[in-house]
Design a protein around this ligand. Structure first.
Ligand code: FEO
Ligand code: CA
Ligand code: CA
Length: 696
């Protein structure tokens, strides 16, 4: 059975398509990433494509034929790859239902949700759902209830922020968990009645400062079902926002390029911006990623120093006034006045959610770029590796490996030791190489003759502590202008590396490449085996296996698990699984694992016309590549922060109602509160009505 949408795919009117050519509203592009896709991609280097690498290899080796060279370089090939990772999962019925019950891989036994445009969270049959918390809900005692007509900075600092993205649940006490959530950005036209984008008021701007940032919320687990209730006034509850203090730590702390008028020491930054996804560490801290920070800074056009102008441009910091006009209310957002302030954003931030008074730390050793996420994995010798994507068209994929080992146990000394790990180590960038002849990668998505988009890769060291590995750049410059370091060493230009997740079972690392409609465009990089499709509107998912499955390795093998899109589109690939029985999937973004070793993928910007959704897919066994949609989200929304537990699935529904022309007075969605109310970004919990475990 093919899982079909309410309307035929590709026939849904793309009335308000954004410049990024996915299903995103232009309003989302404007507020979320500063219209990144409307501008030229900031990476204008001529870093080698695979074709260049192959040509270089051929010229070095003289008379060898391309096929022979490519065969020769595939030293960590398919034999050690995950798809090939031997099936540990028992054989399952391939399709359909048995005695009315869905069959298939354990954890994914549910009837998939068909693509749709319903203004609701639509779950697989047999599940219940409830909103856990919404924008504006109080976190502290005595805070007024949400009222869109009377929001203020003071209220917002005591309420759940806007546009929830990353979601984590940490253990705390019996039936109580600590929920940690990013608030990526604000959508002013959906927040303030009568909002005038040309003339925002100080009160509106300060409220937006308070609505950005992070929340820590204690939640009570309901023992009767899978719902969760926020505990208002719990002593662990915390809001962190644009005026909260952060410590800059690691090699760049105190450097002249992070000193400002307000902070001549260069060690204390205010605020965190555009926090997208993140990760949780084995020592109980929370990593959160500062992504499209460029859009908040005004007047790059007035910078005359050519080196500074080049650095700003490489980060997409251009133009005059910013969209939100924050520079009118605080000089630090005006680069003409504070040229170093932007250098204090674009980092991975580490937070101790168990200490509400702790100062969050911006870890400069992990480099500065449009960080999408940060996902740790312990190396074979006990250190920690952190995988990170730079979400921009044609930007890079990175890994940090600590110098020191993680210390076990809950002692104060162990905790202090572990909270120092991310300040010392080596930052690497990835170079992917294909194993098929380049003329077989024609940009259509057609598989090469070996049947797979796959190959090997290497981690190129950029900086180790105070030692730079990049000629012409100091260690601090490598960390501050990491994109330029990646350019210098010939990193592989990827199709917007978003979230990343290592499998707890196999150690294979899964990278969501969300889309890149400019791949193969005039003057841009063409298709290569790791980014094999020109005009890649629907994205793909790469499976990366480190040599010896050790995250400290400097070599890896890789293959593409999914080339996303409508399964009827010949350019798609679902791990080799028959396409007649998969869910269409577009624009993979956040990724997570369930307890059974299945990958779950949430989407952002469905280019097929359906609403965004959450999908499960087996990565091992006979159903490898069989995508199954578990839920869809309301009109205008993106699915974020998936968390898959045995008894509960959680998602952050980000920017519901974000459609062009929508305002507070004229909302495009009635979710979650119903008619007459504004849509509110919210966290949702889903569980099985019969009390059984999800997907078994
Ligand atoms: Fe905030 Fe790259 O998504
Ligand atoms: Ca191949
Ligand atoms: Ca994302």
């Amino acid at each position: 059975m093919t899982i079909r949408p309410e309307r035929p795919l590709l026939q849904i009117i793309e009335a308000d398509m954004s410049p990024c050519s996915t299903g995103r509203a232009a309003l989302t592009c404007r507020y979320r990433c500063g219209d990144a896709c409307a501008h030229e991609a900031p990476n204008v280097t001529d870093n080698p494509t695979f074709a260049d690498v192959v040509e270089e290899a051929i010229s070095r080796r003289g008379v060898l034929r391309a096929g022979a060279v490519l065969g020769a370089v595939a030293v960590v090939g398919a034999g050690s790859m995950g798809s090939p990772v031997a099936a540990a999962v028992p054989a399952a019925t391939k399709t359909g239902a048995r005695n009315g019950h869905p069959t298939g891989t354990k954890g994914l036994r549910f009837d998939p949700v068909a693509p749709n445009v319903v203004d609701a969270v639509v779950t697989a049959p047999g599940h219940d759902q409830k909103v856990v918390i919404s924008w504006g809900d109080p976190l502290f005692s005595g805070t007024p209830a949400f009222d869109v007509q009377h929001q203020s900075a003071d209220r917002q600092k005591r309420q759940f922020g806007f546009n929830n993205d990353f979601l984590g649940l940490l253990p705390y006490a019996r039936s109580t968990r600590l929920m940690v959530v990013n608030h990526e950005y604000t959508s002013e036209t959906l927040m303030y009645p009568g909002y005038d984008a040309a003339n925002p008021t100080r009160a509106q701007v300060e409220t937006s400062w308070a609505a950005h940032g992070l929340s820590v919320v204690a939640v009570k687990e309901n023992l009767r079902d899978g719902s969760l209730e926020p505990i208002v006034g719990h002593r662990m509850n915390r809001r962190i926002h644009t005026t909260s203090e952060f410590a800059l730590t690691g090699p760049v702390a105190g450097h002249p390029l992070v000193r400002t008028t307000a902070d001549p020491s260069g060690r204390t930054a205010l605020g965190t911006l555009n926090n997208c996804s993140g990760g949780l560490t084995p020592w109980g801290s929370w990593l959160t990623a500062e992504e499209n920070f460029n859009q908040y800074f005004a007047n790059a056009a007035s910078v005359t120093d050519p080196q500074l102008a080049k650095r700003l441009a490489r980060y997409g910091i251009t133009g005059t006034a910013s969209e939100r006009k924050w520079e009118r209310f605080d000089d630090r957002f005006d680069l003409a006045k504070e040229p170093n302030e932007a250098n204090r954003f674009g980092w991975i931030v580490e937070i101790d959610p168990y200490d509400p008074r702790s100062t969050p730390r911006k870890r400069t050793a992990l480099g500065r770029f449009k960080h999408e996420a940060a996902q740790p994995r312990i190396t074979s010798d006990g250190r920690v590796a952190v995988y990170m994507g730079d979400d921009e068209r044609f930007d890079y994929f990175y890994k940090f490996v600590s110098s020191d080992k993680v210390r076990h146990g809950g002692s104060k000394a162990a905790r202090e030791h572990n909270f120092d790990l991310l300040d010392h180590g080596t930052l690497y960038v990835a170079r992917f190489t294909g194993d098929s002849p380049v003329d077989q990668i024609d940009g259509t998505g057609k598989l090469p003759s070996d049947g797979q988009f796959d190959g090997k890769g290497e981690w190129i060291p950029l900086v180790s502590g105070q030692r730079s590995h990049v000629p012409g750049m100091t260690a601090e410059e490598v960390l501050l202008f990491t994109r330029l370091a990646g350019d210098a060493v010939g990193a592989t230009k990827m199709d917007r590396p978003e979230d990343v997740e290592p499998s707890p079972q196999t150690g294979a690392v899964y990278i969501a490449l969300t889309n890149n409609s400019n791949r193969g465009a005039a003057g841009a990089a063409g298709a290569d085996e790791a980014n094999p499709r020109k005009s890649n509107k629907n994205g793909h998912v790469i499976e990366l296996v480190e040599r010896h499955r050790d995250s400290a390795a400097t070599e890896f093998a890789w293959n593409i698990l999914l080339v996303c899109g409508d399964p009827a589109d010949p350019s798609t690939y679902f791990g080799g699984y028959p396409k007649e029985d998969v869910s269409p999937i577009s624009c993979p973004d956040n990724v997570a694992f369930d307890p059974y070793g299945n990958l779950w993928i949430s989407t952002d910007g469905n280019a097929l016309g359906s609403h965004d959704g959450l999908f499960g897919v087996a990565v091992e066994g006979p159903e490898r590549g069989r995508t199954r949609q578990f839920l869809t989200v309301p009109t205008g929304a993106e699915t974020c922060g998936p968390l898959i537990e045995r008894d509960r699935v959680m998602v952050c529904v980000q920017h519901p109602g974000e459609k062009d022309g929508a305002t507070v007075e004229k909302p495009a969605s009635i979710w979650p509160d119903g008619p007459g109310r504004v849509p509110r970004p919210s966290v949702v919990a889903v569980w099985r009505k019969d009390g059984h475990r999800i997907g078994v």
